[in-house]
Each structure stands twice: as C-alpha cells, then as structure tokens.
Design a protein around this ligand. Structure first.
Ligand SMILES: Cc1ncc(COP(=O)(O)O)c(C=O)c1O
Length: 386
C-alpha cells in the first residue's frame, strides 16, 4: 500500500509506547512501578456503573443523535453554567467519544493549510500532532519552570501573526501540573479579543485543583463567543475507558462538529452517556475522596523527590503529574527515562516528548499508591547515589 504523506505527520502518545516497553520487562519477570499513566488508579464510582448497567438493561444500546443525547447535552450545559458562571444551553454542547475528538474537530474546523496554532510547550503532544495532520503549523509557546510553568503573556503577543487562527491553552496542565492564574487568563482573553482569535481551552483537569478555584477563559468579556471548552469524564470520574468527553462552544461551530461526528463516529455510546448524566448529577463524594488522596500523594512525592540529590520539582497546583527537573544528572530526558526503566524498574515519560521546552524534565504521574511512590523514590535515590 502507498500511504498518504499526511500519515507521517501524526505523532504517537509516548505513554502508550512506554507502557508497551514496561510490559515486555514485566513479562520477563521484572517488577515495574508505573508512573507513566495519565489516568486515575481509582475505580469509576459505583453509582455511575449502576446507571450504565440499568441503561443497558433498559435497551439503551442503539444509535443516538450525533451531537449527543439531548438530556446529556442539557446536563452538561447546566453543570458548566453553574461551575463557571457563564450561561450555556444544550445548543452549545457536543458530546464525543472521549475528549480528544473535540481537539481534532476544533483544529479541523478552524485551520486552513499553513494556518498557525499556538500550542503550549511542553504540552499534550496530540495538539501539535493534530495541527500538523490538518496542514497547520504549530507555534510552540514556552511554559518555563522559572515562571511556574505559566505562559509569558508578552511572548504570546510576540507570536501572534496574521496566520494565527487558534490558541490552545490547558489549565491545570499536562505534563507540569501548573495552572494559569486569573490574570494570565485575562491577558490571553484580551489578546484573543483584540486579534479576534478563537481559543481552545482544554479543561479536562478542572476538578483536579489543590489550591484555589478553577477559572475558565470563557468567563472573560468577549470570550464565550470565542472559546471552545474541552472537557470530559476520563479524569474527574476515573472513566478513561468509557470514552465520553464533550465540548462547549458557539452554536455555529456545534453544527460543524456534529457533522464531523456523523462522518467519523455516528454518535457516542448511548448507555455511557446515560451513566455520565449520573456522574454530573449524582453524589460527588468519591471524587472528593479521590482528590484528597491525590493531594496526599502529591505532597509526599514532591517532598521525596526534592530530597534526592540532582533532582528537583515544583509543587504543582493541579492535575496528578509532577515535572521533575533532571538536568543536574547530566542525562537528557530520554536517557533518564531509559535509566529509570532499566536501572530502577520505573516507567515514566521523557519531557522532550511534550515539546522542545520539556527537555531536561521527566513526567511522573502520581496516580499510584503511596507505597509504590515511596518504593520508586527509594529506587531512584539508590541508583543515583550509587
Ligand atoms: C490535557 C489532556 N487533554 C485531553 C486528554 C484526553 O482525554 P480523553 O481520554 O477523554 O480523550 C488528556 C488525556 O490524557 C489530557 O491529558
């Protein structure tokens, strides 16, 4: 077969690659501690699973509308309106299989060949991948440790050109756990309004904040009509395998996204969507308990890492990742993750996989038990001080 040139532009998500490498070592009998995975290690709350079972028994196993079940779209609009204080209706909502399609659909709908899209660097690798796949040009916006992995507004301004057709932001942020302050969001909003550029705001970690309160860029004047919010159930409700996400956006974009859904997926699984309504409207105590545990783990692992010679990391305000500075080890980030896997039996992700600015860092996910995090820190300390 001869493949289209654009297939070369797709990048993989290294978490899946690293997981495969680790599985190979495990098959040889090695005990690997998994710190590469971007998913909560908790079970989906019981009430959500019960709602799905009930929906299956009630025969909710058929096609549904492309943009999502009307009652689900309504529940999302109500939930988000309350969360960020911006009024949305069901006509602003599109439901997709996982949140990722919102990313690729927004990029497909907004970028022409050669158009530029500002992406966080380091950042979720799929942003750059999908921009390139769609013929666009990703323009990396550095997020530096010295600035708590927040963007520099003046740098952002300097990167805007006539070809800029989309700005992507992500707060709380993967891979650093950093969050943008209200002032940062306001400054980005001012730029977006002044230059009339839409913003894709990836808010998948919105409920995973340890200090302060979540704020969305859509809250600022002139932004509801320019923002595509991406969110979903994967992280907050430990539902990565259910594949349900959603976007909130201006109604004129909803039609295009629904058409993309019709062409690519037909619809999102009906019984999963019914379970998601329960996720939004049902008890939230398991989410609260999960976040209390994540905070404990964050404090534990940040403290341990900072006691290991040659390693350091900031205490992130959100998500469930730490971005560890490994520059003093003399290894680059990929060498360091090989060292972690082969010498310590730890699977983690090289910062360079998240963009050029990620070089010199390694991402650990602390979606793992304190016992395993402690064992991981012991192993690294021992191997580095050998
Ligand atoms: C920043 C970010 N956005 C989006 C996603 C995708 O979420 P989903 O699994 O719902 O497609 C992830 C998942 O890792 C993520 O880290």
């Amino acid at each position: 077969m001869k493949f289209a040139a654009k297939m070369e532009k797709l990048k993989v998500e290294t978490a899946f690659e690293m997981m495969a490498k680790a599985k190979k070592l495990e098959a040889e009998g090695k005990k690997i501690i998994h710190l590469e995975i971007g998913e909560p290690d908790f079970d989906t709350p019981k009430n959500i699973k019960e709602a799905a079972k009930k929906a299956l028994d009630a025969g909710q196993t058929h096609y549904g509308p492309s943009a999502g079940l009307p009652e689900h779209r309504k529940a999302i609009a109500e939930y988000y309106s309350k969360e960020i204080g911006v009024q949305y209706g069901p006509e602003n909502v599109v439901v997709t299989p996982g949140a990722k399609p919102i990313m690729s659909f927004a990029i497909t709908a907004l970028l022409e060949e050669g158009d530029e899209c500002l992406v966080p660097d380091p950042g979720f690798p799929i942003y750059q991948s999908m921009v390139k796949f769609n013929g666009g040009v990703p323009v990396p916006l550095p997020l530096r440790e010295a600035n708590d992995f927040r963007l520099d507004v003046n740098e952002l301004k300097s990167k805007i050109s006539k070809k800029t057709k989309l700005i992507i932001i992500n707060s709380p942020h993967n891979p650093t756990g950093g969050i943008l302050t209200r002032d940062d969001l306001k400054a980005v909003a001012d730029i977006a309004v002044n230059h009339d550029i839409p913003v894709l705001s990836d808010e998948i970690y919105d409920r995973m904040i340890y200090e302060g309160k979540f704020e969305s860029i859509a809250q600022f004047p002139g932004m509801k009509e320019r923002t595509i919010i991406l969110n979903g159930y994967s992280k907050t409700y430990a539902m990565t395998g259910w594949r349900v996400g959603y976007g909130l956006m201006p109604t004129e974009l909803v039609g295009h996204m629904a058409q993309l859904m019709t062409n690519i997926n037909s619809c999102t699984a009906t019984f999963s969507q019914i379970a998601c309504i329960e996720a939004l409207k049902g008890p939230q105590d398991e989410v609260t308990a999960m976040m209390t545990e994540f905070k404990k783990r964050r404090d534990f692992i940040v403290d341990r890492i900072n006691k290991i010679p040659k390693l350091s990391c900031r205490k992130p305000a959100g998500a469930f990742y730490i971005f560890v500075n490994v520059k003093q080890t003399g290894m680059d980030s990929r060498k360091f993750t090989d060292f972690l896997l082969n010498d310590c039996g730890i699977c983690a992700l090289a910062g360079a996989n998240f963009g050029a600015e990620g070089e010199g860092y390694v991402r650990f996910s602390y979606a793992n038990t304190i016992e395993n995090l402690s064992e991981a820190a012991d192993r690294i300390e021992k191997a580095l001080t050998k």
